[in-house]
Design a protein around this ligand. Structure first.
Ligand code: HXC
Length: 513
């Protein structure tokens, strides 16, 4: 028996060495951790149980039968994060550059299947040169097997992808289909074709970093939700993110203990500027409303005219969608609509109640927006919020104009509780624009048209730039004092906890993609 045990130990020791010390040193020299080190820092100490450490590839061509590494370039298994089970895979760049072989893919599929069976999040730490070139189509099949599982798992268990090295070609589509993507600055990139192909096809000169680095995808494409300065920071973000999520779609996010206090927040009364056209930072309102220091912003650098993220309200996880007057006056455009719609759908999949904070002057006009499909993209957010059956509460802090009023979780599309501050202006459009249209003849005929416009503007504002005509019709449930907002929200989310909505029977809806 001793001999047999020794043999196992030797094999496991070899598996733990991956592609060997030299390649591990190269990985470190690039500022990257190895696959095993990443898992070590991600999971609770000693909780990792590995599966498939002794798997090897089956390729014989190109002398591959003489290059066998246990584990075949990916470490897979399960463990806990803050005591909660997760499944994980980490590609090992020290073995054939973390490239994906048939067996490598089988290991990933197996751990994904495990995550689905037991209903726990799956976390992928990606660091790979793509398809294992020596294997050809077998590797492509492996990718497709993973993609198919990503789709099946979507909305059932949270799926998180960290990009911690190269990720190119079709390989990018697995992370793209997961719920959240994180990228490490300067050591990771994602693109469908690299700079050389780009140069050949379009004659553009671009570096890997510019084409598909973390900052590019965080700011320009929105492909990544988070960026991190290094591997450890990225791992810390995953752990933080997991804290807000349930294990699966039939579970509720874990609540932290919280003892209720008076919950009055006087600070909320002084955030809005006197001048309605002056910007303010919606994050200041968010910070005052939620449990202290619990805001975890998602997609922070992308479409900054809308803010989305997780927070805690009396210890419980919520998702926040909020117009941001600091950027483009908080207008809805193509990118902000897509960003908010995707976040809304995630929250709805995973039983995370939604708080929508509204200060929106409307949709952004212009050829750029129209030609880029503001109609279809704006409809995404409208669809997502209408479709969501989780508890939904709206607070209008200032402007709620035009179609954007309807879209931003209005009563009409199924919000459960709609509150407005006394400063709310709920109307078809701003007083100036409205007066210029409906009083045009009167203004033009006046001795002093400018004076007339101001007078008409005031008249219109008094009549419509307030929350009362909406409240009179029950579109707003209550006009609340800003300082009472947190208290109202805690009570609101509490009463809505057991909300049940029966949707009409269907296969699935057809969101305007
Ligand atoms: C097999 C690979 C590999 C691959 C890298 N290696 N990529 N082995 N298949 N795809 C091996 C190298 O031979 C080397 O082995 C080790 O990994 C490290 O690679 P280096 O080139 O030394 O590392 P580095 O300089 O950091 O460059 C990393 C890299 C580069 C940029 C990823 O290796 C590269 O360009 N690889 C090829 C990428 C590629 O074209 N992949 C196929 C894409 S098509 P040794 O033994 O020296 O350590 C694709 C389609 C997917 O993926 C479609 C899905 C639907």
């Amino acid at each position: 028996m001793k001999e047999k045990i020794k043999k196992v130990e030797e094999k496991i020791a070899l598996a733990k060495l991956g592609g060997g010390k030299k390649r591990i040193d190269t990985q470190h020299a690039k500022g990257k951790l190895t696959a095993r080190e990443r898992i070590h820092f991600l999971l609770d100490q000693g909780s990792f149980e590995e599966m498939g450490a002794l798997v090897t590839h089956r390729t014989k061509e190109f002398g591959m039968d003489k290059q066998i590494y246990y584990g075949d370039g990916v470490v897979t298994g399960f463990g806990t994060i803050h005591g909660r089970e997760v499944c994980v895979f980490a590609q090992d760049f020290t073995v054939f550059g973390g490239s994906l072989s048939e067996t490598h893919a089988e290991k990933i599929c197996k751990i994904m299947d495990m995550a689905m069976k037991i209903g726990v999040p799956i976390i992928g730490l990606n660091d790979s040169g793509g398809a294992r070139i020596q294997e050809g189509v077998r590797s492509l099949g492996g990718y497709a097997d993973i993609f198919h599982r990503n789709v099946k798992a979507s909305g059932v268990i949270p799926q998180i992808s960290a990009i911690m090295g190269p990720c190119a070609g079709g390989a990018v589509y697995s992370p793209a289909m997961t719920d959240f993507t994180l990228m490490v600055e300067n050591t990771s990139y994602m693109f469908v074709t690299g700079p050389n192909v780009v140069k050949t096809v379009t004659n553009e000169e671009v570096t890997s970093e510019e084409l598909g680095g973390a900052i590019t995808h965080a700011t320009k494409s929105g492909v990544t939700h988070f960026t991190a300065g290094n591997d450890l920071e990225c791992i810390a973000q995953i752990k933080q993110l997991i804290g807000y999520l349930p294990q699966n779609c039939e579970d509720a996010p874990k609540a932290l203990s919280y003892s209720l206090q008076t919950e009055i927040r006087e600070g909320l009364e002084t955030i809005l500027p006197e001048n309605v056209n002056q910007p303010y930072d919606m994050r200041h309102i968010i910070q005052e409303i939620i449990d202290a220091d619990t805001f975890f912003e998602v997609h922070k650098l992308y479409a900054e005219n809308i803010v989305v993220g997780f927070a805690r309200m009396a210890g419980k996880s919520i998702g926040i969608v909020a117009n941001q007057p600091m950027s483009l006056a908080g207008v809805l455009d193509v990118d902000s609509s897509k960003k908010a719609a995707r976040f809304t759908r995630f929250c709805d999949c995973f039983n995370i109640p939604l708080l929508v904070l509204v200060d929106v002057p409307g949709f952004l006009p212009g050829t750029d927006q129209e030609w880029n499909g503001i109609i279809t993209n704006g409809a995404k957010l409208l669809y997502a919020l209408s479709e969501a059956t989780v508890p939904k509460i709206t607070v209008i802090t200032r402007k709620a104009y035009g179609g954007a009023y309807d879209v931003m979780n209005s009563k009409h599309i199924g919000a459960d509780l709609n509150y407005a501050w006394p400063s709310a202006e709920i109307a078809v459009m701003g007083a100036k624009g409205a007066s210029e249209i409906i009083f045009r003849k009167e203004i033009m005929a006046a001795e002093d048209p400018e004076k007339k416009l101001v007078e008409k503007e005031r008249q219109y504002a008094e009549m419509f730039a307030n929350p009362f005509s909406a409240a009179e019709r029950g579109f707003i449930d209550e006009v609340i004092l800003p300082k009472d907002t947190r208290r109202k929200l805690i009570k609101g989310f509490s009463i809505l906890e057991n909300k049940v909505v029966n949707m009409p029977k269907k296969k699935h809806g057809n969101i305007p993609l």
